[in-house]
Each structure stands twice: as C-alpha cells, then as structure tokens.
Design a binder for this molecule. Structure first.
Ligand code: GLO
Ligand code: MG
Length: 347
C-alpha cells in the first residue's frame, strides 16, 4: 500500500483564465476573485499564489496606506477561510513603464519603478504571511541583441535583488527562469543561470529558484533533471507543474497532459528528494484549453492534482530494488520496459 500523500497544493487566480490568445478574444466570461477564492478549498487546494495586483487590484493607482489596508483585509479573509498565501510576485510586465524591461530597462525611471514595486510587493507578502517573493523576469531580456548589454543587465538584476534582500532581512527570492516569451531571449533562461546569479548577490542563502515544467521544456531541458539540479543545491523553493508540447508557444497544459512519463519522472525526483518537507507547495501553473466550456473551467486544476496524486502512488509503488538490480546488470532495455509497463498499470 502506498503511504498517504502529504503534499500541499496551490494555484493563482490567473490560472482560472478566459481563453484569450494573441489571435483571438476570450472564450469564457471572467470569474470574480471571490468566486475563484471560494473554489480553492473545494478543489482540495491549500494555498493561493498572489501577484501584487491580485492581492491589491489596480495597485499603481493606490497610496501605500491604502495598499496596506487592502492587504490586511485580504489576510483576514485568508485566515477566516484557512487558506495560506504561498508567495507574492510583482507583476512587472503589464505596466506602460516596463515596455522595454523592468530591472534591466535602458530607462532609469523604469528601473526605479520596478524596484519600488518589488519592495512594496515584499511588504504585501509580509502582511499575507509569506516570506517568498517569486520573480518571473518576464521582460528582462532582448528583442534586439544590440539594444542592451548582457553583462550590464546581469549587474542591474543583481543590484535589484540586493535592494530587495536589504529591504527585508527575512525575504527569500525565488527566481523563475524561462528562456523566451514574451522576450526573444531572456537573461535568466535556466535554473543554472538563476543559481549562478544568486552567488553574486549580497546574501546568496536567500536567493533560490522556482522551476516550471513548461519553461524547462522550452529551454530544451528535462524538467526532472532541472528539479534534481536545484534540489542538489537545496534551492528549490517552489514549483510550477504543468506540461508543454515541444518547443512552441508556452502552453501551460494540465500536468502530465503531453508527456506522462516525464511527469512520472518529475514526481519520482520530488519523492526521492523529499520536496515539501520544508513546507514547499506543489503549484500548478496551468490554464484551461481555449475551447473549454465555462462549466469545465476548473477541470484543468482538478485534473492536474489528480494526476499528480496518481503519479505519487506510481512513484511509491515503483520497484526500486528491481531498478537497482537492472542498473547493476546494465539492462537498460528491461528498465525502459519496466517503466512503461508500470505506467500502463500492469503491476
Ligand atoms: C509565465 C509564468 C507566470 C508566472 C507567474 C508568477 O510564463 O509561468 O505564470 O509563474 O506570473 O510570477
Ligand atoms: Mg510559472
């Protein structure tokens, strides 16, 4: 019998989305934040992820005292509902100020805006009870190689991280690498880049990473290996599980949807490395397929969690002694077939 799973799950309000893409409008009406909030527990989830403007809508137009007041009201709501805030993240890619980048913009005013907003986001996180600041560096890269300097951009990123680390002595930064989209080339495309950059900061112990399945695949890398790599450094502080069909646009498919074997291997390394034992969450950064009907608008979240839990059972019932024996005999043909038959449900 497999041991009961002890993972904690979360998603963000943006994961209940409306189906719009660059080529066509939305296909479902927007759901209110209140409705999304009410669905979370019913779906078996424990925590929510918050962009700064998910926590405090229209944040740029509000005074700091108003922002703090609204963050405190949200914290009370979270406590009353028994829902945790997993992280906060500054949504720096929407603003007219960050069209040419945020921390790495060529415009010093834009860089200052990005830093100010990040520091405010840390304050919101503190009120919501989380010390984790997620940094998806969406517009830190180039559309045009000659428009920026890679070395200067690394320096600007480190300077911005240092300001955040100095602002709050408890905050931990989780860098979420992604190689492209919206940029042609991002400055922090992989987990290796994120962890190397941590070494340049004033407090490398508080700079770690978040791995997203789809982002690893977009970089041509194996998500399970990337997880292992980050965990070898003790630096995997959050995780966005989803799926992705090859080197195409970012698809954010349900977990396991494109490659069940890869999903199994991701779960297996999480189990092997005891992910979650320090309170880390399993987050699903997934979206409904565009043709999804409104009545099925939560299915991708329910399905991702179900698939994950089924794969936990598969990882726990995988005959590891047999695996070691086959490795010892260098019988990788048999090991390959063993994985396939295990996933097909033969044993
Ligand atoms: C996009 C990212 C995005 C981030 C989120 C948290 O590709 O995965 O969804 O995870 O904004 O900062
Ligand atoms: Mg993500």
């Amino acid at each position: 019998m497999a041991k009961p799973a002890s993972y904690k799950f979360c998603f963000g309000p943006w994961n209940i989305s409306e189906g719009g893409d660059p080529y066509g409008p939305t296909t479902r009406p927007p759901q209110t934040f209140d409705w999304k909030f009410d669905q979370l527990k019913k779906l078996g989830y424990d925590a929510m992820m918050f962009h700064d403007d998910d926590a405090v809508p229209d944040i740029d137009g509000k005074s700091s005292s108003q922002v703090i007041k609204e963050a405190k009201a949200l914290k009370k709501r979270l406590d009353d509902a028994g829902i945790a805030a997993e992280m906060t993240a500054p949504r720096l890619w929407f603003s007219p100020q960050t069209i040419d980048g945020a921390y790495t913009s060529n415009d010093p005013k834009a860089r200052q805006y990005a830093i100010d907003r990040s520091l405010q986001c840390i304050d919101i996180g503190k009120i919501l009870g989380t010390d984790l600041l997620v940094l998806w560096l969406a517009r830190e890269g180039t559309y045009l190689r000659e428009s920026k300097s890679g070395k200067k951009s690394v320096e600007l990123l480190v300077k911005a991280f240092d300001k955040m680390l100095a602002h709050d002595k408890k905050v931990r930064l989780a860098i979420e690498p992604k190689p492209n989209e919206p940029m042609d080339h991002a400055y922090v495309p992989t987990i290796g880049h994120a962890l190397a950059m941590a070494q340049l900061t004033s407090d490398q112990k508080r700079v770690g990473a978040l791995i997203e399945t789809a982002h690893c695949i977009l970089a041509g890398l194996d998500p399970a290996d990337e997880i292992d790599f980050a965990m070898a450094f003790g630096k995997l502080w959050s995780l966005h599980l989803n799926d992705q069909n090859g080197l195409k646009f970012d698809q954010d498919k349900p977990f396991g949807s494109a490659n069940l074997r890869s999903a199994f291997n991701q779960v297996r390394v999480l189990e092997r490395n005891k992910y979650g034992s320090k309170g880390e969450y399993i987050c699903f950064d997934v979206h409904p397929f565009r043709p999804t009907k409104v009545e099925h608008t939560l299915a991708h979240l329910d399905n991702s969690r179900r698939t994950f839990l089924r794969l936990v059972e598969k990882a726990r019932s995988f005959d590891e002694a047999k695996v070691s024996q086959l490795i010892g005999e260098r019988d990788y043909q048999a090991l390959d077939q063993m994985v396939i038959e295990h996933l097909l449900g033969k044993d």
